[in-house]
Design a protein around this ligand. Structure first.
Ligand code: ATP
Ligand code: MG
Length: 158
């Protein structure tokens, strides 16, 4: 298990940059964490590092936002407000078959629809009223590719 301590939003974006520079086509990143944990902030770091220069914001009402201009195209999804009936309207597999990076916030909502290989990232607030910017970030890779991906990310962060 790989767990990092993060002290600011800027540091979270640096983790995003390390994820971005080691990501490969068809990679799937799952972002778990409470409201305001920093899932979108991490995604902003990924987007910026891949050359996205428009704002990366939570796709709460659209489900998917595509950043085709990125060095590795990004499909950013957020299932927080997903209704059951919406599940059929988004074909996750067709996004995964594109040579890009799929990032999912609130993946627990579509648990039964996920493939078995992914990199799960769990972000938690650290309960410290003196410093509300502390987080922990845990990598939980599923499958060989994703185990290697975490190694690459950790090497970038050294
Ligand atoms: N260490 C940190 N990492 C990430 N964000 C931080 C950190 N410290 C403070 N923040 C702030 O916390 C907020 C995190 O919001 P963000 O939208 O990234 O959360 P989220 O997990 O995507 O929430 P939601 O579930 O509502 O989509 C931002 O305002 C960010 O600036
Ligand atoms: Mg978000």
């Amino acid at each position: 298990m790989t767990k990092l301590e993060i002290n600011s939003a800027a540091e979270m974006k640096k983790i995003g940059a390390a994820i971005a520079s080691t990501a490969k086509p068809h990679d799937l990143l799952l972002l778990n964490g409470d409201l305001g944990a920093g899932k979108t902030t991490l995604t902003q770091g990924i987007g910026y590092a891949l050359g996205v220069r428009r704002p990366v914001k939570s796709p709460t009402f659209t489900i998917v936002r595509e950043y085709a201009e990125a060095k590795l195209p990004i499909y950013h999804m957020d299932f927080y407000r997903l209704e059951n009936s919406d599940l059929s309207s988004i074909d996750l597999n067709s996004y995964l078959s594109e040579p890009g990076l799929v990032i999912i916030e609130w993946p627990e909502v579509i648990q039964g629809y996920l493939p078995d290989q992914y990199l799960q990232v769990v972000i938690r607030r650290v309960d410290d009223s003196w410093d509300p910017t502390k987080r922990t970030l845990e990598f939980r890779p599923q499958g060989k590719r994703n185990e290697l991906w975490v190694k690459d990310i950790m090497n970038k962060l050294q």
